[in-house]
Design a protein around this ligand. Structure first.
Ligand SMILES: NC(=O)c1ccc[n+]([C@@H]2O[C@H](COP(=O)([O-])OP(=O)(O)OC[C@H]3O[C@@H](n4cnc5c(N)ncnc54)[C@H](OP(=O)(O)O)[C@@H]3O)[C@@H](O)[C@H]2O)c1
Length: 167
């Protein structure tokens, strides 16, 4: 099963200057780790660089999508036939789930193969330069689960949602 995981703020903002647009949000980091640890994470080259000088996410198989063939530190690189090669990861790693972890370019181009959508909604405004139309991405899905977290002085209101494709 191919899943995607993404945090999105008001107006679809997901990135700024190749970083997350919001201040550190520990609950979201915990949620991200819980879903992806032990699994395969697939990311675009810009997201890979945003991890901080080519540092793979620990305890995960790190797969980078790029037309460049050499990406130092990644477990594997997908250079072409992106969706088919991501689907093939399921046979290569049968005991692991496959998570598309961004960014916007990769989420958009893999929409047709994603079955589960793990979305963190952050109900606040941030400046951004990378946007995702999450409602378009979620067309043809149903919500399976939602956990809302009220705002506090430490963090804005946010919610963890899981959707599944139904058509
Ligand atoms: N809020 C979140 O949950 C979240 C998650 C992840 C990232 N982000 C943010 O999103 C921003 C980066 O997103 P982005 O959209 O600019 O870049 P991206 O999707 O991370 O990376 C784009 C690059 O990946 C490769 N690529 C992606 N899709 C491809 C495809 N279908 N075929 C071939 N190559 C493909 C290309 O690399 P080459 O140019 O090397 O060929 C492309 O230039 C950053 O600000 C990051 O912090 C946010």
């Amino acid at each position: 099963m191919i899943s995607m995981i993404c945090a999105v703020a008001n107006d679809g903002v997901i990135g700024n200057k190749n970083q997350l647009p919001w201040p550190h949000l520990p609950s979201d980091m915990k949620w991200f780790s819980k879903q992806t640890k032990g699994n395969v994470v697939v990311m675009g080259r810009k997201t890979w660089h945003s991890l901080g000088s080519v540092k793979p996410l620990p305890n995960r198989i790190n797969v980078v999508v790029s037309r460049q063939t050499q990406i130092t530190g990644a477990n594997a690189v997908i250079t072409d036939n992106v969706n088919q090669n991501i689907l093939n990861l399921q046979q290569e790693y049968p005991s692991r789930d496959i998570f598309i972890i961004g960014g916007a370019q990769l989420y958009r181009s893999t929409k047709s193969i994603i079955k589960n959508f793990y979305i963190t909604r952050i109900y606040s405004d941030y400046p951004g330069d990378t946007y995702l139309d999450i409602e378009v991405l979620l067309e043809g899905t149903k919500m399976l689960q939602q956990k809302a977290i009220e705002a506090s002085e430490k963090h804005p209101e946010h919610a963890f949602q899981i959707f599944q494709k139904v058509i």
